[in-house]
Design a protein around this ligand. Sequence first.
Ligand code: PLP
Length: 382
Amino acid sequence: MIPFHRPSIGEEEIAEVVDTLRSGWLSTGPKVKRFEQLFSAYVSARHAIAVSSGTAALHLALEAIGLARGDEVIIPTYTFTATGEAVVAFGARPVLADCRPDTLNIDATTVEPLVTPRTKAIVPVHIAGQACDMDPLLALAGQRGLPVVEDAAHAIPTTYKGRAIGSIGDLTAFSFYATKSITTGEGGMVTTEREDLADRIRRMSLHGLSADAWSRESEQGTRFYEVLDFGFKYNLTDVAAAIGIHQVPRADEMWRRRCEIAASYTKAFSGLDTCTPPREASYGTHAWHLYIVELHPPALGHGRDEVMRRLRARGIGTAVHFVPLHLHRAYRQAFGYEPGAFPVAEQIFARAISLPIYPSMTDADVADVIQAVRDTLEEIRR
Ligand SMILES: Cc1ncc(COP(=O)(O)O)c(C=O)c1O
């Protein structure tokens, strides 16, 4: 069986977690600080604030730009619900945009017609680990005076025109969920160049207190604190950061292996008339968090789910990314979205399957996946 995902946890991560457990300091402390330093250096961001999830990172980023009830935020419909949920948490409206058929990302042409006087931010999502075309988006945001909050849950490491995702928009939210390119089990990070936003996020991630728990209890820090705002409990634990400390230095090596797997898949599937491999934009490098194949109608005779079922029967785990937000009941009921509204995202959803892509896959695993996909697509078109 080749599962859809298996995290890559080494002996160093395990030893560091054990060390943390023995240290007597389990919550936010020195390991979180170290993880933040390593991560900010890795993505060349001035500030990095570690939090408990990618969703918390998005929530805090939107809080920092002052999102409020009645505001609108432009997001893609082709994403995970966390992107929209963070907007709805403020009583704001997620204004959905369709995606491009090639990169599966939003761009300035899909976003521009949606800007209204109530728009408060644009949230591009770097789907699968491929950057959105940021320059036109940043130009549009600049003209309209809108902050750009990037959902970079998939984008470690991703570059756009030579720059790492994490230092481009006003704020960038990363996820370290178990399936992500680097993981802490659950966890997230917000990066920003702006000190005022970093200060706000740090404070709001821990109850709106005037100082964080570590400095409160360290010898140098004061033991007194004041509640300056009504914040959240979104801090990361040292137990989780202990894993992250050893994932960051391995991130490039793990990425290189995912690139090799992606190259093998693309080479194998390029000649087939039954599917299209993911298309890479020339402006950046792809993190290959996900490898999303689009099936063509002859291979879809029995539907995409039947392809997945047959692959599972051959021992290959696959996944669907993503059910567009406007097709979910919660988004339809709350915001009146209807099926048919975003044809590109709907077509991709109907045709896409995500194949296993993670560093511990062997060459034999990759060859097995390729064979199983080829055979299944051939078999199903008959
Ligand atoms: C596009 C996107 N944004 C945000 C998130 C949320 O991340 P987390 O699970 O760490 O809260 C995910 C998680 O899978 C995601 O795929």
